[in-house]
Write a protein that binds this ligand. Structure first.
Ligand code: 8YV
Length: 313
């Protein structure tokens, strides 16, 4: 009988799929281990596989604790928290979970956009607090006819654009390349996109190439009627400037699923009525998390069987 392959689990994944993984392989939970160093030392001579999630990632130093490491399977499409250059230099393959989460993440972008524009959470609190009995809630902005600027017209950006079309919005986008198969308006400059837009949605990958691309200047250009939505990564926006501009009213509102330094959210945002907040829930539905977990299992199985990965990065 051949022994089960060892897997170092850097962070949690969707519980039912974690259980499947743990029954099929010799899994070792790094994130909840009482002595992670001793755990890794005991595995370093043989462990070839690590499983992580998008937020946790894996650093170069962590990879180097495992000299035999050959695969990092990421539960998440975003691999910005994995040191990809180091993985490449060591010949470690990386897999992620694209496509299966696209529609749910795009839904969350629209939920946040609508929530910020129509003040959905504030209205909910207004009813619950019994304030409706004393006065009407007031009038809000509208999503109808907005110019929505999408930062990053990849799979998720396109899914957001399709939804916005159904809400009678005009679509523009910024990215490294113009896309030939869409007739949305292309901007090769993000500030120009923000100037044209009155809703800006970040849907690009995180990482060095997009660090703070939603700059203070872009947010200022978006303006006092503008809504900023982020379902990508906290790193893509200048968060301190965003908070400052929201507080002053120079930026109209925001719908935010992601932040720098999660789960810490700037105190000032919590007090703002113009902001809709979510605890990084974009892909967090049962069907999508099931499919993401299945892709982790499929990539690990492919690696163990010596086949090509299903969704290599
Ligand atoms: C997850 C994500 O929240 O796919 C991504 O890049 O940010 C999310 O789907 C994360 O990977 C799960 O921890």
């Amino acid at each position: 009988m051949t022994s089960k392959a060892d897997i170092l689990l850097m962070g949690p994944i969707y519980q039912p799929k974690l259980e499947e993984l743990e029954s099929a392989y010799a899994c070792h939970r790094y994130w909840s281990s009482e002595d992670p160093e001793a755990l890794v030392a005991s595995l370093s001579g043989r462990c070839e596989i690590a499983v992580t999630n998008g937020g946790r990632g894996m650093s170069a130093a962590e990879m180097d604790m495992l000299p035999k490491l050959r695969l990092i399977a990421c539960f998440g499409v975003g691999v910005d928290a994995i040191d990809l250059a180091h993985a490449r230099s060591r010949g470690i393959a990386v897999s992620n979970t694209p496509e299966v989460l696209t529609e749910d993440v795009a839904d969350m972008a629209l939920a946040l956009l609508l929530a910020a524009v129509r003040r959905v959470a504030q209205g909910d609190r207004f009813v619950r607090d019994g304030r409706w009995k004393r006065a009407g809630f007031g009038i809000t902005r509208s999503l109808q006819g907005r110019r929505v600027g999408i930062v990053g017209l990849g799979r998720i950006g396109r899914a957001i654009a399709r939804r916005c079309e159904a809400f009678n919005c005009e679509i523009g986008y910024f990215g490294p390349n113009r896309k030939d198969d869409v007739d949305y308006r292309y901007f090769d400059d993000i500030v120009a996109l923000a100037e044209w837009s009155n809703a800006l949605v970040a849907a690009c990958p995180g990482g060095a190439a997009t660090n703070r691309i939603v700059s203070r200047e872009a947010l200022r250009a978006l303006g006092a009627d503008g809504i900023f939505v982020n379902i990508s990564r906290g790193s893509v926006v200048d968060q301190p400037s965003m908070v400052e501009l929201l507080v002053s009213g120079a930026l109209g509102g925001a719908g935010l699923d992601v932040f720098d330094d999660e789960p810490n959210v700037p105190e000032q945002l919590l007090a703002l009525d113009t902001v809709a907040l979510q605890p990084h829930q974009g892909s967090a539905t049962h069907p999508t998390r099931t499919a993401m977990g299945q892709l982790v299992l499929d990539n690990v199985a492919a690696f163990v069987a010596g086949r090509a990965l299903v969704t290599p990065v």
